[in-house]
Write a protein that binds this ligand. Structure first.
Ligand code: ADP
Ligand code: MG
Length: 383
């Protein structure tokens, strides 16, 4: 769909033209899982799939939001009435973005907003961050606030933490706002230092296959919270600010100080995962994709065996991809399903995808969706 068609859909809904159209992409994380809330490192890239919003300011305090992926209705609330939990359902995401700006002291008008997103929901590709980042960038530009993008990412995180009530880290929002086309983003989530790492898969004769496992999970939120609390407990017991501060070379000494096996496993994942992000960034820069593939696969084993956030569907996709000759594969995102990424030569994709599909069918699992992606641009104004 073109930018004009989003504007036309807005006009059909609200009877006037929008002031602009913005888009913010979903993301896939190459490596660095559950490291962001441990002040650690991540290496995501933006996807071509994005949330697009057409927006116009209003003369009053009313906000009206509509989603092409919603139930067809328009949700209404006022800026003045916003407080955590005040808007339920999907509209909590745009409401949270407006709430955080108001909390920051920016006077806000009302808005009419139409959303249309092709980032699948709940697949670990960050449809929620894409939606909030699109709203925040649109407000920033329309109101001339001039908020730097890493700060907008922090605001989006706060909106999701404190308004929506999801204890997420800052990776998804930063990826959506700060990624550039043709590059992965190395991010240090402690100080938001970042570096664009060129990633030209096509020139390397490779592809990134993304397998959406379509696992329906009900317990992911609780498990996320539980892992996060475990990491915080380990950091406190070790006397460090965050697990990021545990030296990978002295990991065994640190583990020996922890009282139980569960905390040791959580800590080992985070510390080794941070080291893998640093190594993966070096390997990408050096163009050593074979070694990069091995790091991805090691990252999967760590999620499966130490952090315990994998599931049979993800493990099967990884194993079948490797058996089909992929350079590496791992589950990406928060865990318990979502997507698996596969680094592979293009002529192996068809066999890998069809083997995974038939295995899922034989197990009676939901049919997976397979697609390839190259690193896309971060959030921007379309119209
Ligand atoms: P993820 O971010 O991995 O896709 P989340 O559970 O964090 O999964 O966010 C998904 C939620 O975001 C949806 O359940 C919905 O409430 C909201 N959302 C995202 N995109 C849209 C959209 N286009 N229309 C309505 N709601 C959306
Ligand atoms: Mg999300």
């Amino acid at each position: 769909m073109s930018a004009t068609s989003y504007a036309d859909a807005f006009a059909a809904l609200y009877g006037r033209r929008p002031e602009g159209v913005w888009q913010a992409p979903g993301r896939v994380n190459l490596i660095g899982e559950h490291t962001d809330y441990n002040d650690g490192f991540v290496l995501p890239m933006a996807l071509p799939s994005a949330a697009r919003i057409a927006v116009a300011r209003r003369d009053d305090d009313l906000v009206r939001v509509h989603s092409a992926q919603g139930d067809g209705g328009v949700t209404e609330f006022t800026i003045a009435s916003l407080k955590p939990g005040s808007v339920p359902g999907w509209a909590a995401y745009p409401a949270g973005a407006l709430w955080v700006l108001r909390e920051e002291g920016h006077p806000l008008p009302g808005f009419d907003l139409h959303l249309d997103s092709d980032v699948p929901f709940g697949a670990g590709l960050s449809s929620s961050a894409a939606l909030q980042c699109a709203v925040l960038l649109a407000c920033d530009e329309l109101l001339g606030l001039g908020i730097p993008r890493p700060t907008l990412a922090r605001l989006a995180q706060r909106a999701e933490n404190d308004y929506v009530g999801a204890p997420v880290g800052v990776m998804d929002q930063t990826a959506s706002l700060c990624c550039t086309e043709g590059a992965a983003l190395f991010l240090d989530t402690r100080d938001m230092a970042q570096r664009q790492v060129p990633l030209d898969l096509l020139a390397a004769g490779l592809r990134l296959l993304i397998v959406d496992t379509r696992v329906e999970h009900g317990h992911a939120d609780g498990a996320y919270r539980n892992r996060r609390e475990g990491c915080e407990r380990s950091a406190a017991l070790l006397g460090v600010r965050a697990l990021r501060d545990v030296d990978a070379d002295k990991l065994d000494e640190a583990l020996a100080q922890l009282p139980d096996e569960e905390l040791r496993r959580l800590t080992r994942h985070v510390v080794t995962e941070n080291a893998r992000v640093l190594r993966a960034t070096e390997l990408l820069t050096a163009g050593d994709f074979a070694a990069l593939g091995r790091i991805l696969t090691e990252g999967h084993a760590s999620q499966r065996d130490d952090f315990a956030i994998s599931c049979p569907q993800s493990d099967a996709a990884v194993e079948l991809a490797l058996a089909g000759g992929a350079l590496g594969a791992r589950q990406t995102g928060g865990g318990f399903g979502g997507c698996v990424i596969v680094l592979t030569e293009p002529d192996r994709i068809e066999t890998i995808a069809s083997t995974i599909k038939s295995h899922y069918a034989a197990q009676g699992w939901n049919a997976p969706a397979c697609f390839t992606a190259t690193p896309a641009a971060g959030a921007r104004r379309l119209l």
